[in-house]
Design a protein around this ligand. Structure first.
Ligand SMILES: Cc1cc2nc3c(=O)[nH]c(=O)nc-3n(C[C@H](O)[C@H](O)[C@H](O)COP(=O)(O)OP(=O)(O)OC[C@H]3O[C@@H](n4cnc5c(N)ncnc54)[C@H](O)[C@@H]3O)c2cc1C
Length: 456
């Protein structure tokens, strides 16, 4: 019988596990080995805010599968094991175990899924008790412990991207007084400022303190409180500070063997997830992302993308020829009762990549107005003036207005590279309590075409 390939996967989160599952699905006689630096294989990092809010009662509920369930699928799992160097000529990978001993393992194919790490901004006094970054389950558990042990009543969140917005909601549910500090003019810079302002209104309605255009200079401790000094001279005081100002790809292992980096200093890969080093693949937050609309690589680290890339890497590592079809940067976040979502390009992205974008905004009922409970959805639709191609859509609405699914319709249209006009032809569902004969996305496409006709 032919020898089965030795597949080594570094990383046990979305990308690593997706690769392992795909290998098992295609050839159950292969036992891939998955090594991970921490103790949490197949945990949902995306679920951390909901553990910290206590909507998810304990951290271990965030495991999609337990370790024994993964092992029962035919995947060898090695936790608390860090891969520290690769020798591509000898096809070996050096591992450091919890007791600091080292071991060399052989591979035929290697998949790197080492994820990303939190960016630590330059703030004096950042390394003190009570100040945390948030990415790993261990960090989430430490924050939870700190809140309980120190009876924390107030928190300053530095950075107002989607992670800290989810945390603002979560920690308000824990009855903490929340202050959000953001250096940009509005929160959630991944969407246009108009949507960012809607999020700010939502936060203000919940009596949160939101401070845009503010930069943190220093943090000092005064007995049980942390004093956060802003560049403007203002001072904030809280028992807890959480810094979430972005993430950068974790590429130290890849660099150990000369793997080339690309966009965003992430591992350069092709659409088969191959790196420039033979028999080594990369997927997830450590790697670049092919952008479907732009036809080029970008860095857009997301859980949804990591799963897909991992699956492609797994399939190709055992002889497949699957291509990753690309991302559109589709994202959604729920902040209290407001859901904000985007897919594709905004005006400024479009311009940067050589389009002639036109964005038209409108508000549309989520279902027929005569049926109780109708609410408006704000849509900002961006298309190219010259070609009429759909470039991107942003949406915001109350949680009941199905914004998360409505953005997916737009994402599907973008995936198919449709024009704005094509959206009107989509056969979308209608019943008065749920939608209108023209879905809000279609009404917005019609408004975009009207505006275009006026200005042309
Ligand atoms: C709080 C939070 C909320 C989020 N919410 C969402 C969301 O709602 N939607 C969404 O799409 N995305 C979300 N994300 C992003 C999403 O979690 C990431 O895109 C996803 O986890 C990336 O998966 P990954 O497998 O590439 O890497 P990671 O999840 O970063 O995992 C990396 C893995 O590699 C291991 N590792 C690293 N270095 C080594 C080494 N040298 N040796 C061995 N093992 C190593 C780690 O232990 C870990 O197992 C969120 C992120 C955070 C932090």
């Amino acid at each position: 019988m032919k020898n089965k390939p030795k597949i080594l996967i570094v990383g046990g989160s979305d990308a690593g596990l997706s690769a392992a599952l795909r290998i098992q699905e295609l050839d159950s006689s292969i036992t891939p080995t998955m090594v991970l630096a921490d103790e949490y294989p197949n945990f949902s990092i995306c679920g951390i805010p909901f553990y910290l809010s206590h909507e998810v009662p304990d951290y271990w509920h965030l495991a999609h599968r337990t370790r024994s369930e993964i092992e029962a699928l035919g995947i060898e799992v090695r936790t608390s094991t860090r891969a520290i160097a690769i020798d591509p000529k000898a096809k070996t990978c050096r591992l450091r175990l919890l007791n600091h001993s080292e071991e060399e393992v052989q591979y035929d194919k290697l998949i790197i899924g080492t994820g990303a790490e939190s960016i630590k901004p330059v703030i004096a006094g950042l390394n003190q008790p009570g100040i945390f970054t948030l990415r790993w389950i261990d960090e989430a558990r430490a924050i939870n412990r700190y809140i309980e042990e120190h009876r924390v009543r107030s928190v300053v969140l530095v950075g107002a991207g989607y992670i800290n917005l989810e945390l603002a909601d979560a920690l308000t549910k824990r009855r903490l007084q929340v202050t959000l500090v953001e250096r940009n003019p509005a929160v959630l810079k991944t969407v246009d400022i108009e949507l960012g302002r809607m999020v700010e209104e939502q936060l203000a309605a919940q009596e949160l303190n939101v401070l845009p255009r503010q930069q943190v200079d220093t943090i000092t401790r005064h007995s049980d409180r942390l004093v956060v000094a802003l560049a403007s001279g203002k001072e904030l005081s809280a028992e807890l500070v959480i810094v979430a100002t972005g993430a950068r790809p974790e590429t130290s292992l890849a660099r150990s063997c000369g793997i080339e980096l690309g966009e965003g200093d992430a591992i350069k890969i092709n659409q088969r997830m191959e790196t420039n080093v033979e028999d080594i693949y990369a997927a997830g937050d450590c790697a670049e992302t092919f952008h479907r609309l732009l036809g080029r690589s970008t860095y857009l680290p997301l859980g949804s993308t990591s799963h897909k890339q991992g699956r492609v890497a797994g399939e190709n590592a055992i002889g497949g020829s699957r291509q990753f079809h690309g991302t559109l940067g589709t994202q959604v976040v729920k902040v209290f009762d407001l859901v904000v979502a985007r897919t594709g390009l905004k005006d400024d992205d479009g311009r940067r990549f050589g389009y002639d974008p036109l964005t038209v905004a409108g508000e549309y009922w989520d279902h027929k107005r005569y049926y109780p409970g109708a609410k408006k959805v704000l849509i900002r639709l961006t298309g190219d003036r010259l070609t009429g191609q759909l470039l991107g859509v942003q949406m915001a609405g109350a949680a009941e207005t199905s914004v998360a699914k409505r953005i997916d319709t737009a994402a599907a249209a973008l995936f198919a590279k449709e024009s704005v006009d094509d959206i009107n032809a989509l056969d979308l569902s209608y019943s008065p309590p749920l939608n209108s004969p023209w879905d809000p996305l279609q009404s917005s496409a019609q408004d975009w075409l009207k505006v275009l006709a006026k200005i042309n």
